[in-house]
Design a protein around this ligand. Structure first.
Ligand code: DP6
Length: 361
């Protein structure tokens, strides 16, 4: 069955219910940067699913008294009604009504919070959107008779999450996920992500990602605007092909446990993403001086001490510090002593995690 198809039924009875989910953020090892059409990526990417940085969302619904084609939804973020977020969700639902044909049969109330501080500057669309979608699919299965195997439910969740925010489609799977068609990756698709967790080498399953908050300022460019800039970037074709080569190689590395090559690719991808922003028109420098200072410290420390610590960055100044569990103690001391002074003082200690979870209400 196509992941876009809803095969449940909208009963005439008056019903209501509520479900609560948590869903994590993810960190891309090879980067999705450039999109076209209806949320289709220009290249494939692969990410680690995180554990600590997550969104918790409760979705409550009740049949409308009077049928209408309007989408009625209120949205509360961290205890406060937030009309701007509500509008963003309504726009997404309107655009994708065909895949969610029951959406206008109910009144919706969504209440959401993140485990990471709002001021941390961490992008939350991957966790927020995948969490909302996991809750909707739970409602479909448990209240609206949409019969799906667990595998089909996750594929539909990934498909719909992509439509809400590209990177969100990778958050639904435990440990790691790949998204985007790649000739060298069997089963890969632009429409939804693939689970990589079952093939992940043991050394990566317990990998750490300490997110060092270098600056908590709002992003100077939204990721949507950033993706669009790729269309006119002079290096676009070479970039899309490099990303596909790196993603296929990264998949082999993740299965085989080759940490040395992991480091080369992960850092190349992070710096390429920033180079692309610098060479776009208009051009953006998304790193802060201290992001670069942290990167240089990490490389020096790795070389001098032979410790396989590495970094990646999203489209912002904060540095994700990646290292294996076997080196956790030495890496944590290094971060505390040498890197924290270069940051806002905030570090979110994260690790690979098991993906979205249903919570008790
Ligand atoms: C730099 O998923 O936030 O984090 O599809 O417009 O919502 P939209 O973009 P988004 O882009 C994420 C870009 C990135 C790299 C990545 O996660 O692969």
């Amino acid at each position: 069955m196509s992941p876009s198809t809803f095969k449940g039924h909208i009963l005439n009875d008056h019903i209501k219910g509520s479900v609560k989910w948590s869903s994590p953020s993810n960190i891309a090892l090879t980067k999705y940067w450039g999109k076209h059409g209806h949320q289709l990526p220009r290249n494939s990417s692969v990410s680690f699913t995180l554990s600590t940085a997550k969104t918790i969302t409760q979705v409550s619904f009740e049949s409308k008294e009077k049928p209408s084609s309007d989408i009625n939804l209120s949205f509360e973020f961290e205890g406060q009604l937030n009309a701007a977020f509500a509008q963003r969700i309504i726009r997404f639902l309107e655009k994708n009504k065909e895949a969610l044909p029951y959406i206008d049969a109910f009144e919706w109330h969504i209440s959401s919070e993140n485990t990471f501080p709002h001021s941390s500057g961490i992008a939350s669309s991957a966790s927020a959107m995948s969490c909302l979608i996991m809750a909707l699919i739970d409602i479909e299965r448990h209240y609206l008779g949409h019969e799906l195997s667990n595998e089909e439910a996750l594929q539909r969740a990934s498909y719909l999450s992509r439509l809400a925010s590209g990177s969100a489609c990778r958050s639904v799977y435990p440990l790691a996920a790949e998204w985007g068609h790649n000739d060298d990756i069997k089963g890969s698709s632009d429409l939804f992500a693939l689970p990589v967790g079952p093939q992940l080498h043991a050394d990566f399953q317990t990998y750490h990602d300490d997110i060092l908050i270098v600056s908590s300022h709002e992003k100077s460019v939204s990721s949507s605007a950033g993706h669009q800039l790729m269309e006119g970037n002079p290096f676009r074709d070479v970039r899309f092909s490099q990303a596909n080569t790196n993603t296929a190689r990264m998949m082999d590395i993740l299965k085989g446990g080759d940490i040395e090559n992991f480091i080369d690719i992960v850092e190349e991808e992070a710096l390429t993403l920033h180079a692309l922003m610098m060479t776009s028109r208009p051009s953006y420098v998304l790193m802060e001086p201290n992001s670069l200072a942290v990167i240089n410290e990490i490389r020096d420390f790795r070389k001098k001490n032979n410790v396989p610590i590495s970094f990646t960055l999203d489209a912002g100044p904060n540095v994700h510090i990646l290292y294996p569990e076997a080196f956790a103690q030495i890496c944590k001391s290094f971060i505390n002593e040498q890197l924290i002074p270069l940051s806002t003082g905030m570090v979110i200690s994260d690790q690979l995690g098991q993906g979205p979870v249903k919570l008790d209400i």
